[in-house]
Design a protein around this ligand. Structure first.
Ligand SMILES: [Zn+2]
Length: 353
């Protein structure tokens, strides 16, 4: 499906994999095996994985309505993906099958493509342009009536053992001329009039999640599986102060502007950005431009008859590896609660429970 030559990822195929995940935690035999010595245990785990078939797959429940097998809204899709990512990272530790952010991003991309959600269009960089890629994603979220927010996105996975994002200070390019990835992201975002964001994949065990929950909806812990932090939050975390690292889940998620990724399509404090004018400075996102129509470089990609020929702006210094356009419609989503419609321009304070 992710054929590089046919680089528009088709949506709409009947599939419900998004709602499925391993129910290994229900496998008591497997749990018993986990108490065996490490070498023996690894062999047994692989054996057990081989035996798992489609009948062992279950639909997760309790993630904001994602229990419905028919997922037809971007909101439900992003919520389900966050829950599944949360579980995936948890199991990657339990079963010693580590997965990097690139793998998780591509799994999520495939799940989105297979979900059949019509409101989402995807594009993957064709093979011939891959050497010019420098950004993980671009997201265009909005609607023809609301306008569009453009996001330049770098994905990072939490190391679930150290609880740190080890690669936040990553440098790219040849020796002597290397550059911080965060600076490339910032530059690309400025040129494309996009909001620079980090998409963080997480699983953490905390005694209390409230200090890390800044969405105005009720705490739903697995939604922290996919969170987004504005670039300036990560930039601050990269500045060393004393000996304690700030590149941690706790530090970055203590910032009130770090939110579950579904907030971008669902929550009042993000949706009201579309009504604040064409260009303004936001406390969280920084300089925001609301594109009144889908930017031409993006619409050109999707309007071609032969999408396999569609190439990102050839003048661009860097190309995103993937592009996702989400049409959230013109109506306020039904799920948005009244307390979500915040009059104040600032993001809400941590909600008291
Ligand atoms: Zn929210």
């Amino acid at each position: 499906m992710l054929d590089h030559e046919a680089n528009r990822v088709p949506a709409g195929s009947p599939h419900k994999a998004i709602s499925q995940m391993w129910s290994l935690n229900e496998d008591k035999t497997l749990k018993a095996k986990l108490s065996k010595p490490a070498a023996e245990r690894e062999a047994m785990i692989l054996d057990s994985l081989n035996r798992i078939n489609i009948k062992n797959l279950t639909i997760p429940t309790g993630s904001g309505g994602a229990s419905s097998p028919t997922i037809n809204k971007p909101t439900l899709l992003l919520e389900a993906l966050a829950s599944v990512t949360w579980e995936r990272i948890k199991y990657s530790v339990e079963y010693h099958v580590s997965q990097g952010e690139e793998t998780i991003t591509d799994i999520n991309l495939l799940e989105i493509a297979m979900s059949g959600v019509k409101e989402i269009d995807l594009w993957k960089c064709p093979k011939r342009d891959e050497s010019r890629t420098g950004i993980d994603w671009e997201w265009l979220i909005g609607s023809p009536k609301r306008g569009w927010l453009r996001y330049a996105v770098q994905a990072k996975k939490l190391d679930p053992v150290s609880m740190r994002y080890g690669e936040l200070g990553h440098r790219v390019g040849p020796k002597g001329k290397s550059e911080r990835q965060i600076d490339i992201l910032k530059r690309h975002a400025q040129r494309r009039e996009a909001i620079p964001l980090y998409c963080l994949y997480n699983h953490v065990l905390e005694p209390d999640y409230k200090p890390y929950w800044h969405c105005s909806l009720d705490v739903d812990v697995p939604q922290l599986g996919c969170s987004v932090a504005p670039l300036r939050v990560v930039e601050e975390a990269l500045v060393k102060k004393g000996r304690a690292s700030k590149r941690t889940f706790r530090h970055i998620h203590s910032n009130p502007y770090t939110l579950p990724w579904r907030c971008l399509v669902r929550c009042g404090h993000v949706l009201k950005l579309y009504t604040r004018g064409d260009e303004f400075d936001d406390d969280g996102f920084g300089k925001v431009r609301v594109h009144r129509s889908l930017p031409r470089d993006i619409s050109n990609l999707f309007q071609r008859d032969d999408i396999s020929e569609a190439r990102y702006d050839l003048q661009a210094e860097f190309i995103p590896k993937r592009i996702m356009v989400i049409n959230i419609g013109d109506e306020e989503p039904r799920e948005v609660r009244s307390e979500d419609n915040i009059e104040d321009d600032r993001l809400p304070e941590i909600r008291k429970f």
